[in-house]
Each structure stands twice: as structure tokens, then as C-alpha cells.
Ligand binder design. Sequence first.
Ligand code: SAM
Length: 269
Amino acid sequence: MASASGAVNKATYYRDHWLEIDAQRLGAYQQLFQWHPAMEPLLAAAEIAPGQVVVDYGCGPGGLAVELARRVADGGHVHGVELNETFVAQARENLSAEGFSETTTVHHITDDRVPLGDGAADRLVCKNVLEYVTHYDAVIAEFYRVVKPGGIVHVIDSDWGMMALEPLGRTQLAELIEAASCAYKTPLIGRLLYSELKKAGFAQVAVKIITSADIRGRMLPVLVNMIEYARVGGMSKERADDLLGQIKRAVVDQTFMFVLPQFLVTAIK
Ligand SMILES: C[S@@+](CC[C@H](N)C(=O)[O-])C[C@H]1O[C@@H](n2cnc3c(N)ncnc32)[C@H](O)[C@@H]1O
């Protein structure tokens, strides 16, 4: 987010770029964060079922929350929790358009807390959010607090140190990740989740990695964002344009490949 002087604060950018999202990114996110049946393996271990109270921490525009609402049905309730006010409004709108306004609540939060009592939830799902929070250990402790004994916390997150992106090769990819890292508070969160959830006191913690190779450029919006983050991190416009040009040409000549493993960590209280 730009300050009054127009400058970006690199130290807080990991949070600021979610507090205030530019229009181009915002448009892409409705599509990018939509639930798709091919995503089932990401969610299966959360064992979402009718009648449950489920928290979706960092729910964005509500793509996953709509699917969770479908699964908990009439007897359950989904609580979306979100930092960005526009996403809160979009999530409410998307849930209402699908007929879930009665069985869902979307909370706007700025304090990294879940506005529910101790043990109020059967499930808590958090997808691609913990890499952006200021203190992931405090947020995980909050997740522990809010689920009931026997409840499940299911965290899905990336590990940017395990990313592959062709045709950039190792050196250029390292340059891009380094420059873009100001956009993530904990870019290597994926590999930390297992031990952090264990430390939080959960009785059982399981970890799994799911990945797929994007060879058609479906994930290009993620890379466009990453190049924008790298600009904030100090990459020159010429260099950023050069990297993006290489990536886009590779999609056309079919030498493109993007792999970003997703860590799924499922913890039972
Ligand atoms: C990469 S998006 C993921 C959105 C959604 N979970 C999904 O996977 O479709 C990250 C989301 O986390 C939200 N977020 C970032 N930091 C947050 C915080 N400290 N508290 C709550 N939400 C946060 C962002 O506003 C954004 O909606």
C-alpha cells in the first residue's frame, strides 16, 4: 500500500498488499480463488460434513466458503474471516447469490483473531493465508483455541522455496523469488506447518504435499502478481518486463512449466 507520499513500505508490504488490492489484481482474484471440483484433494482431509460449524480463515472473495456452505448444508454454519473489506463484501455477495446468506457469516477482522468463542467450531480451514500473517504461531494458537476437542484444523499453504518455473532456470528464478519475497511474511511457511501445528498442542498432525504442473499458463495471474511484488522489492522495470516476456513467450511456444507444491497439514485437537 502506498503511503501519503506515494512510497511503499517494504517492511509491511506482506500485509498492506492485501489491505489495499489494486483493481487489476482484484478482478483476477474472483476467478483465481473460485472453487473447482479438481481441488477436491486439497480439502478432503478436512472431512467437512453436514451440520458442522466451519471457519474459513482468510476467505478472500468466498470461493471456498461457498463450497464449504454447500457441504455443511442447512444444519451447519460457515464463518468466513477476512482482512480485506472488498473481499468481505464480495464474499457476502457470492454466498448470498448461491442462497447461503442464512447459513454463513463473513467477519471483517484486522487483529488476526477469530471472532468466535473457545471450542466454537468443528473445523477450521485456512488456505494460502499463513504465509502473509505477522505472527503465524499466534494465529495457529488462535486456530487451536477456536476448534472443539476432536475438531480438525486443516491448513493449506505454499512453499515458495520449492517452486519451479521454466523457462527461467535456477538463477533467474532465485532472483525473482528474492525480489518478490517482501510480499510474503514467511515465504517458506509450507515446510514449517507440520512442526508448528504440533507445537501448538494438537493431538495428531498429518502432512501431505500435493502438486501439479501448469503447462498452459493457467496460473499466469499468480506470476504477474509475483513480478509486481518483485518491482516493489527493487527489481527494475526493464528486468521485470524481461522476465515476464520470457514467461509469456514460453506459454506460446509451449516451453512453460510452473510447479508450486501445496502443503496440506491436518491437525486434530
Ligand atoms: C492468497 S489469498 C487466499 C484466499 C482464499 N483463502 C483462497 O485460497 O481462495 C490470501 C487471503 O488472505 C487474506 N489475509 C491476508 N492476511 C490476513 C490476515 N492477517 N487476517 C485475515 N486474512 C488475511 C487476504 O486478504 C486474502 O483474502
